[in-house]
Write a protein that binds this ligand. Structure first.
Ligand code: PHE
Length: 453
């Protein structure tokens, strides 16, 4: 095997393997933790509709563009920009933004995944049994304040990600997703079916699909929907370029992208059904917001099902979602090291994992040792999340849309993208050309504060 050569890159075993892995990347904490609480805060219905439109006009076109770039070049994000536009010094910078974003997001994603692992373990022990809302909140506060536990979990999760990614594309990433994704889907289906049938399924449905409540939706909400469409589909940071680069010639860009987007949206909506059916069956005002997953839900699930096994099942599901996303973040950095720095996979993985672990330490300490270390009111954890989600991803996404829409030769794109489902090529390219960039620029103007709404 030649270090850094084509042989050390690897390929998916089939179109299905690719779709499963890319769906694994897309489906993560964004779907099960963030989407339900953001939708709840924005009043449901109208927000969901706007979100679906954003997925169609921003998420889907960029998904196709990224997968196209990867498949066409067979390279990491930096190499992909470089190969499609020879002798440009500027465009590969967009690839670097992606690698830096992958790096930064994984450093805190690993910390949060560690929280999920802890909740799986305590659910089995029945620790939270009979806790009131206030007691659950106190437990969570206490937990994040324990420095050694936080570091230990962060370390353990990085170890899991490293183990999977070291095994390579087919034997590591694809195989892990082939186990995690079907299990995740089945568990979600069972828990959702149960909670909808026995609790407030109807209210949950009305909350999500009553599209006439647009009075509840602020302009801030609209931009939040737009921003989230990047995060949830793993766009703007080269994850889909990287996964696309392991496709073989028998696999196709357009159908692949469509299945991934549909699966991601369906799982987000299912998570909402599950969570709201439980939430709405309690009269008292229950806490929404970011604490929904770790504070509000465990107590409620146990209260209504009477079984700690359901709580454990729920957190295992979240853990699978988190791991399958995290490995794609790690793979972006690893692919960069293999392709650009020409090192072997094992070296690339160790190098990336150690550096990401170190960068994650201040995030793990943001709620304990370093909780007083605030820069303009934000702790380290919040900064990394803020910079990555609000700056790096939109800039990465905009660069990809402009690059594939305006810079890459139309014939090159057409040849690859229209190999299957040809009729979608023209509408896709039209949206990517004109509509997607404008919408992303709006998000950026809002984030930078230039546009104050
Ligand atoms: N899409 C993942 C989620 O919804 C997060 C993610 C972002 C993963 C970017 C990879 C790249 O949680």
């Amino acid at each position: 095997m030649i270090a850094g050569g084509e042989e050390s890159r690897g390929k998916w075993s089939s179109q299905f393997g690719f779709i499963l892995a890319a769906t694994g990347s897309a489906v993560g904490l964004g779907n099960i933790w963030k989407f339900p609480f953001v939708t709840h805060q924005n009043g449901g219905g109208a927000f969901v509709l706007v979100y679906l439109i954003c997925i169609l006009l921003v998420g889907f076109p960029i998904m196709v563009a990224e997968i196209f770039m990867g498949k066409q070049t067979g390279r990491d994000p930096v190499g992909a920009f470089r190969r499609l536009k020879k002798d440009s010094k500027l465009w590969p910078l967009a690839g670097y933004i992606g690698v830096v974003a992958g790096f930064s997001i994984l450093s805190y994603y690993s910390v949060v995944s560690g929280w999920v692992l802890h909740y799986v373990l305590i659910a089995f022990k029945g620790t939270l049994s009979g806790y009131t809302g206030a007691e659950s909140a106190e437990y969570f506060q206490n937990f994040v304040q324990q420095t050694s536990l936080q570091l230990g979990y962060h370390f353990s999760m990085m170890l899991v990600f490293t183990g999977i990614v070291t095994l390579g594309i087919k034997n590591g990433i694809e195989r892990a997703n082939k186990i995690f994704m079907p299990l995740l889907f089945i568990m979600l289906l069972i828990l959702m079916g149960y909670s909808m049938a026995y609790f407030s399924g109807r209210e949950a449905f009305e909350f999500l699909f009553n599209w006439e409540n647009y009075n509840n939706l602020s302009s801030h909400g609209i931009l939040e929907a737009l921003g989230h469409s990047f995060f949830t589909l793993s766009l703007g940071m080269g994850a889909m370029i990287t996964y696309g680069s392991y496709m073989t010639d028998q696999e196709h860009v357009m159908p692949g992208s469509i299945w991934i987007v549909i699966a991601d949206v369906v799982i987000s909506i299912m998570a909402c059904f599950l969570i709201y059916s439980i939430l709405f069956s309690f009269d008292e005002e229950v806490g929404g917001g970011p604490g929904l997953l770790f504070i509000t839900l465990p107590g409620l699930i146990e209260k209504i099902t009477g079984s700690f096994l359901c709580v454990a099942g729920f957190f295992i599901l979240v853990l699978f979602a988190a791991i399958s996303s995290a490995i794609s973040l790690l793979e972006v950095v690893v692919a960069f090291c293999i392709d650009e720095l020409k090192v072997k996979r094992t070296t690339a993985v160790s190098l990336s994992a150690v550096t990401i672990f170190l960068l994650g330490i201040p995030s793990a300490l943001s709620f304990n040792g370093l909780s007083d270390w605030l820069i303009w009111g934000r702790n380290f954890f919040d900064w990394i999340d803020y910079v990555a989600s609000n700056w790096l991803l939109p800039f990465g996404g905009l660069s990809t849309a402009l690059f594939v829409g305006w810079v890459v030769d139309r014939e090159v794109t057409e040849q690859e993208v229209s190999r299957r489902w040809r009729f979608l090529f023209r509408p896709w390219r039209f949206v990517l050309h004109y509509i997607t960039p404008i919408l992303v620029i709006l998000v950026i103007l809002k984030t930078t504060g230039i546009w104050k709404i």
